[in-house]
Design a protein. Structure first.
Length: 761
């Protein structure tokens, strides 16, 4: 359960206590806490978290940071509820609306209802309007009024409401009851499509009260009304109708007969060019649930959307931690596979290389946490990490998984084997010359996508000392030979895009990889593997030059960004001093507010960006800072004070602060490179941020800093942390209180001691 919860979504955990009680005792608290932490990272509201919190409290203590987040979100919802004052209903002169109208004429009834709804609040009851219209009638006009309402061109839910209100008010009349039994079925006959879907759920009770039919009878009437016009139904309405027939009309025996008939008809009309093609044994559902789940997870590991790939990566890790060995073994057994099985439309390419890469990323983490879970896949990891595999990214992750297994005590390597695993990204010791690919023949040319060409391919070509054209030829040959497909044109999108499966509103980059980009990446990685086996320049593909292989595929440390997030990096900040009034609110800046903004428990905030919300109120902030030589400090301060226009941003490392016509050189505290993230920066639980800013190059050199393993702190040579970063997930602003962003703080104690030591020297 907790493994699959990584796929996301808002869950309703009404039966969570029962589910937790079925789990082994050691896992109950862990499962509940994992689900809660997912909900915190996904910015779920307190309303959605309350059932999980209550269930988790029955099996063990909840971590204080999760309780603090839940308390803040619950308090925000309570404040929002208290401060909400519904708008008073407008005063409507219904008599004036009805005056001069004939309530037995369908056109006048439609005009009356339209005028009322334009003046009334959204969702206002029609009871008062119905009473005024009924007051205009004598006994003889009642049935004519019912017929006029049924024939009026108004919303179907308004028609049913007026009919029920009138029939209820005139209940003692047998003539009215009989007329209603005649009019309501006719309404179904005339407006079946208006009654479908969402409206049918609302219409069923009014129709039951107006007619003498039961639920199956009403549904049969609706189906007859649709008749031969079934082609006019949309797919959602058609499936909804089939579901209603299944629930209301069919016995269990009939349901099986209908399924068999449908499958028989489907088999008679299906052709080889259908999405799944002709029938083959691979389409048979697996008997074991674990095998079916493994296929679903494997497909998600190779999904074009990075968010879904990372959610599936979390699933693999959790399965190992929770001891679900059957499902995990079934997933790991797919490591050499190149297809997705029956879980994907055959017209769509399965991104098998992405699936393999993410499975290896998960295996690296599993090797450190649950090494016994990888025992059966060690031979495949060895093969993937060997130089016979030219895919350098997969070779890198397989080697890291094997080294992690050795550190965990699950394997033992000789010094030569260990050295080989440590150098899988370097030139082979004995490097024979690799002949360059022949000039492409007509029809076999290949070119990288334009942005990919400039940003990714050109630096690799320069690093290996080959021409861009030669690298493109090698990549094209690798795509045809290793991937076994003809490359698409560089501007071709993934076939999923025109189908509307994915959108591109993803804050961390494109929502999905295009087919051309997928092939370009894999062709590039295979070409690099080929170049590493031959003579020529041997660029360093690790360390400061690791960007050459793209951080979205490499550089995740032993812990992922999602493990290192702070629930709230700025939780000590105060609430607005003056409560908001309706949609208007005020902010009062006090010395304490500035102190909260500039200082935290780790020291002086030298950089950061954040966003805070209180219902409809929102505050965005940013902090930047830099060092300046003493002789220029007064000039810089005067320039900042007299600068016309908005306050200039403090630049990052290597930049200049632009003060109108003059430029002042400063030494920024921090550096930001948009390529310093890792593969885990696309993890939705990491908030789609590449992590905090790091100290600038000058600062690193002056203080002799090095990064900690978890990327939170920068340590000096004596082990003291002069800088520490905090960050939280970033998401679209909700309407409840939330804080998100990042800050980097400098230790005042450390820097004061460092300055004092230098002054003494």
């Amino acid at each position: 359960m907790t493994a699959l919860h990584a796929f996301g979504g808002t869950w309703r955990f009404k039966y969570l206590p029962t589910l937790l009680s079925k789990l082994p005792q050691p896992h109950q608290g862990e499962v509940a806490q994992t689900i809660l932490r997912d909900m915190v990272d996904d910015k779920q509201e307190a309303w959605h978290m309350r059932e999980v919190v209550a269930a988790a409290e029955t099996v063990g203590p909840i971590p204080p940071d999760i309780l603090a987040v839940f308390a803040r979100r619950r308090a925000s919802e309570e404040r929002s509820t208290r401060s909400y004052e519904p708008r008073p209903d407008p005063v409507i002169d219904i008599g004036a609306i009805v005056a001069g109208k004939c309530v037995t004429d369908p056109g006048d009834v439609a005009a009356i209802v339209g005028s009322f709804k334009r003046e009334a609040s959204y969702g206002a009851s029609l009871e008062g309007l119905s009473a005024i219209m009924r007051a205009q009638l004598g006994v003889a006009g009642r049935i004519d009024h019912l017929r006029a309402v049924a024939a009026a061109d108004i919303d179907i839910d308004d028609v049913l409401a007026l009919l029920v209100q009138a029939a209820t008010a005139w209940t003692p009349s047998r003539a009215v009851a009989e007329a209603a039994r005649e009019i309501a079925p006719g309404l179904i006959d005339r407006r079946p499509f208006d009654l479908l879907g969402y409206h049918w759920h609302q219409a069923i009770e009014p129709l039951l009260s107006l007619t003498a039919l039961d639920r199956p009878g009403l549904l049969r009437r609706l189906i007859r009304a649709i008749g031969t016009r079934v082609d006019e139904l949309g797919s959602s309405s058609l499936f909804w109708l089939a579901r209603q027939v299944h629930n209301d009309l069919l016995t269990p025996a009939h349901r099986r007969d209908v399924l068999g008939f449908t499958l028989g008809r489907f088999e008679a009309i299906v052709t080889a060019d259908e999405p799944d093609g002709g029938w083959r044994p691979e389409l048979m559902p697996p008997e074991a649930l674990s095998t079916a789940m493994a296929g679903l997870i494997w497909t998600s590991l190779g999904d074009p959307a990075p968010r879904r790939r990372w959610r599936a990566t979390h699933v693999v890790r959790r399965l190992a931690r929770l001891g679900e060995t059957d499902t995990l073994d079934a997933i790991l057994a797919r490591l050499p596979d190149d297809d997705a099985g029956p879980f994907i439309d055959t017209r769509l390419r399965f991104y098998a290389e992405l699936a393999r890469t993410h499975l290896l990323v998960a295996a690296t983490r599993v090797a450190a946490e649950s090494p016994d879970a990888l025992r059966n896949v060690i031979p495949e990891l060895r093969r993937t990490a060997s130089r016979s595999n030219l895919h350098v990214v997969q070779r890198h992750w397989a080697a890291r998984a094997l080294l992690a297994l050795e550190r965990s005590g699950g394997l033992a390597f000789s010094p030569d084997e260990r050295n080989e695993l440590l150098r899988v990204m370097e030139r082979a010791p004995a490097s024979p010359a690799i002949p360059p690919p022949a000039v492409s023949v007509e029809g076999e040319e290949y070119s990288f996508p334009m942005d990919f060409d400039r940003r990714e391919a050109n630096p690799i070509a320069r690093a290996f000392g080959i021409s861009h054209a030669e690298l493109a030829r090698r990549a094209g040959r690798a795509i045809r030979g290793q991937l076994g497909c003809e490359p698409v044109r560089a501007w071709a999108a993934d076939p999923r895009s025109p189908l509307g499966i994915y959108n591109r509103r993803h804050r961390g980059g494109p929502e999905n990889l295009t087919l051309a980009e997928y092939e370009a990446w894999q062709g590039l990685f295979l070409s690099i593997g080929e170049l590493l086996e031959g003579e020529g320049p041997a660029p360093d593909l690790t360390g400061d030059n690791r960007y050459l292989l793209a951080e979205q595929f490499l550089t995740a440390p032993p812990e992922w960004l999602s493990d290192l997030r702070d629930p709230d990096p700025t939780s000590s900040w105060p609430e607005p001093s003056i409560p908001r009034d309706d949609d208007d609110w005020e902010w009062l800046v006090t010395p304490a507010d500035l102190e909260h903004a500039m200082l935290d428990s780790d020291g002086l905030r030298i950089a950061g960006e954040w966003s805070r919300h209180w219902s409809l109120a929102r505050e965005d902030g940013a902090i930047g800072s830099a060092l300046v030589r003493p002789e220029f400090a007064t000039d810089l301060l005067r320039a900042l004070q007299t600068y016309q226009g908005r306050f200039p941003w403090i630049p990052t490392d290597g930049g200049e602060i632009n003060l109108g016509f003059q430029k002042m050189r400063v030494t920024p505290w921090v550096a930001k490179d948009d390529r310093t993230g890792g593969i885990d920066s696309l993890d939705p639980f990491a908030g789609n941020l590449a992590g905090p800013y790091s100290p600038g190059r000058v600062i690193r050199r002056m203080l002799r800093l090095r990064a900690s393993v978890d990327r939170r702190a920068w340590e000096s040579g004596d082990g003291r942390p002069p800088f520490r970063a905090k960050w939280s997930a970033w998401s679209e602003p909700p309407r409840t209180a939330m804080t998100s962003g990042w800050t980097t703080a400098a230790s005042l104690v450390y820097h004061s001691r460092t300055s004092l030591a230098r002054s003494r020297r």
